[in-house]
Design a protein around this ligand. Structure first.
Ligand SMILES: *Cc1c(COP(=O)(O)O)cnc(C)c1O
Length: 398
């Protein structure tokens, strides 16, 4: 079989000698435009140069030039410039996953002996990164992000990073971002914030003094549940440092087609987010008035304990929140989840589809007993009244 396909390829090459004359030598803005309404995908691993001098110059500036797609690629760079503008940052770096954005941003600024402060209930793989870094002599303290004074108290001379995620994963507590960044700046500590939930449509952490913003593009920015990607946004100097120190080395490369799909998704971001917001609010209000629901964790609800702060930080809310059933029985949780017909049972979020994720489904034994009744919903772009009907009938069973 192998031999046969190899033979075919030989034949093809013989019949169609490869014509290289059409390959542009400079992957500059002109090459990108050509008046195409939708920008092209530069599906290429490397770039060629017309002279020794140009090749040498590109090698000397691998962080800034299109030499090799592990560093730069015109399609990827185009999306980076759009995200940087949306997030009010100077520069952005697209990577192969949200966790790559997190780990590259964190690891570029710590070394042996350093210390990281991280809010409780941050994304699970961020917490695992902190454990991973212990191996290299980097320690951490997890603090309740709702208590700004606890964050200040946790600061040590060797603290380099305060890591924020607002709201937190699954529990949806928020942090007083401007107060925390003021404290961090006074101590010369870098702040990193995961803004995947609000997206740049509803929150710009850089305006509140955050140094580096990270996103999982797999969620709302991609917006179609069809890619895995991540991005870091911040000052050009910090982004260049991350690329040189970590990204080029670690190789979690954003491929050009993924970048192109993210760009396509971002064109409807400002249309999609208000719909997620309106529907999530309607569903959250339905749930908080339901007799079988103990509580609803959505910062945009007036009943959320931090609602006033949420209004200062967010121009709106996304479609992701959690609630607690009154029952703590895992059988009840399972019956509820299984009887939903419009909500798909899945991890992740940010696409068209409404999803349900019961925390009780997490790794056996890792869920605290008092969280077995915690259920996360992603409210998608379907008709909100149909979603409410579906939840109503499923709640009948618990
Ligand atoms: C999904 C997620 C991530 C990780 O992103 P991937 O693209 O899956 O690597 C990071 N932060 C938050 C808040 C997420 O929900």
């Amino acid at each position: 079989m192998l031999h046969k396909s190899a033979t075919i390829r030989q034949t093809d090459i013989a019949l169609n000698p490869i014509d290289v004359s059409y390959i542009p030598h400079h992957m500059n803005e002109d090459a990108l435009s050509e008046h195409a309404v939708s920008p092209p995908i530069f599906q290429t691993s490397n770039f060629c140069f017309s002279s020794f001098v140009e090749l040498k110059a590109a090698l000397e500036d691998e962080v800034g030039s299109c030499l090799y797609t592990r560093g730069n690629n015109p399609t990827v760079n185009l999306v980076e410039s759009k995200i940087a503008a949306l997030e009010h940052g100077e520069k952005a770096k697209l990577l192969g996953a949200g966790v790559a954005a997190i780990s590259n941003a964190v690891m570029a600024f710590v070394r042996q002996g350093d210390h990281i402060i991280c809010v409780a209930d941050s994304y699970g793989w961020m917490q695992r990164l902190l454990t991973y870094l212990e191996r290299f002599g980097v320690s951490h303290t997890i603090v309740d992000g709702t208590r700004t004074e606890d964050i200040e108290r946790a600061i040590r001379p060797e603290t380099r990073i305060i890591y924020l995620e607002s709201p937190t994963s699954l529990t949806f507590f928020i942090q007083d971002i401007p107060a925390i960044t003021a404290i961090a700046k006074a101590h010369g500590i870098r702040t990193i914030m995961d803004n995947s939930w609000a997206t740049p449509i509803f929150c710009n952490p850089i305006d509140f003094g955050v140094d580096l913003v990270v996103h999982s593009l797999s969620k709302y920015l991609g917006g179609n549940s069809d890619i895995i990607g991540g991005v870091i946004v911040g000052k050009a100097e910090d982004i260049d440092h991350i690329v040189w120190q970590e990204s080029l080395q670690m190789g979690a490369v954003a491929d050009p087609f993924m970048a192109w799909l993210v760009m396509r998704g971002m064109r409807t971001l400002h249309i999609r987010m208000p719909v997620h917001y309106r529907s999530a609010l309607a569903v959250a209000q339905f749930l908080e008035n339901h007799p079988r629901v103990a509580s609803v964790n959505y910062p945009m609800l007036a009943s959320h304990p931090q609602h006033e702060l949420a209004q200062k930080l967010f121009r709106g809310g996304s479609g992701l929140f959690s609630f607690r059933l009154k029952t703590h029985s895992v059988e009840d949780v399972a019956r509820f989840v299984d009887s939903l017909s419009l909500f798909k049972r899945a991890v992740s979020w940010g696409g068209y589809e409404s999803l349900v994720f019961p925390e009780a489904a997490h790794y056996a034994g890792s869920v605290p007993a008092d969280r077995l009744n915690l259920i996360r919903l992603h409210i998608g772009l379907e008709d909100a009244s149909l979603l409410v009907q579906d939840l109503a009938q499923a709640l009948e069973g618990v």
